[in-house]
Design a protein around this ligand. Structure first.
Ligand SMILES: *[C@@H]1O[C@H](CO)[C@@H](O)[C@H](O)[C@H]1NC(C)=O
Ligand SMILES: *[C@@H]1O[C@H](CO)[C@@H](O)[C@H](O)[C@H]1NC(C)=O
Ligand SMILES: *[C@@H]1O[C@H](CO)[C@@H](O)[C@H](O)[C@H]1NC(C)=O
Length: 243
């Protein structure tokens, strides 16, 4: 990529990235953390897995929900996020899910994070607002036809998990894995119908979420056909806002 080097923040960035499956949200998060080293990831999925693995009270409770096939309640996810941010001293120790503290979070640039996995709905976003005021929500947009095209071009070597794309990462010999020469196949769910349904479902839940943040004036949308097209725009906006 053309844009290289590290940049320092002057104030805390509390970020949420919103993007459909296939837009490369994980790629952008990694690139942002490399570009802006003060930024770290707070992933609700990782927090949940750690809590279960460490057998904390919350972990045991969450595990019993998962064992019974039910969703882990929002309150528990919020508690996990709060306890992580408190442990880092990024929010006041008095903040609690049942009694949100009016005290503001740390504005130190090192208290910067991308919150991943939560919130997914506008209801969850409203609960988060009173506990952890996010200051930028980025909507990553790639046209549906571009995403579907990329999926149509995707081939995998199932035994190794190596992934190829006949658009931008072709195998040396058509239809064959570079290392073993074995045939490439499609992933079972990499078909247009499955992906259209997945993208539609994403739109249905993300639109109210984006509207919620738009009303608060913290939504910024970036569009591009590829990750390499989106990253420089994203970097530029972060520098403008936080550096
Ligand atoms: C839980 O486990 C993770 C690693 O799995 C570790 O990094 C973390 O510090 C542990 N947390 C507690 C509260 O023990
Ligand atoms: C989802 O919403 C975006 C923006 O409103 C739109 O461009 C896109 O076509 C929609 N995708 C689907 C699958 O409905
Ligand atoms: C993105 O793809 C569309 C076709 O879907 C094309 O019209 C447009 O020029 C592309 N944009 C860039 C910057 O390549």
């Amino acid at each position: 990529m053309a844009v290289t080097g590290n940049k320092q923040f002057k104030r805390a960035a509390r970020i949420i990235l919103v993007g459909a499956p296939g837009v490369g949200k994980g790629t952008q998060a990694e690139r942002l953390m490399k570009r802006f080293p003060q930024l770290s990831a707070v992933s609700s999925g990782d927090l949940l897995r750690n809590a279960v693995r460490n057998r904390t009270d919350l972990g045991l409770e969450a595990e019993s929900h998962m064992k019974h096939g039910s969703l882990v309640p929002d309150d528990m996810i919020l508690k996990l996020i709060l306890s992580e941010l408190k442990a880092k001293s990024w929010i006041p120790p008095t903040s609690s899910v049942s009694d949100p503290s009016p005290a503001l979070p740390s504005d130190s640039p090192s208290a910067s994070f991308i919150l991943d996995g939560f919130p997914r709905t506008s209801l969850q976003a409203a609960r988060l607002d009173s506990l952890v005021p996010v200051n930028l929500v980025v909507s990553l947009v790639t046209p549906v036809n571009i995403i579907l095209g990329r999926i149509a071009d995707r081939w995998v070597h199932a035994p190794s998990g190596r992934v190829y794309n006949t658009g931008f990462n072709k195998p040396r010999i058509e239809g064959k894995d570079d290392q073993t020469g074995e045939p490439l196949t499609k992933r079972e769910d990499d078909n247009e119908q499955t992906w259209r349904a997945r993208l539609q479902k994403f739109n249905d839940t993300s639109n109210p979420l984006l509207e919620h943040y738009d009303r608060k004036g913290i939504l910024w949308t970036v569009q591009g056909n590829s990750s390499d097209e989106i990253s420089p725009k994203l970097f530029g906006e972060f520098e403008k806002r936080f550096c």
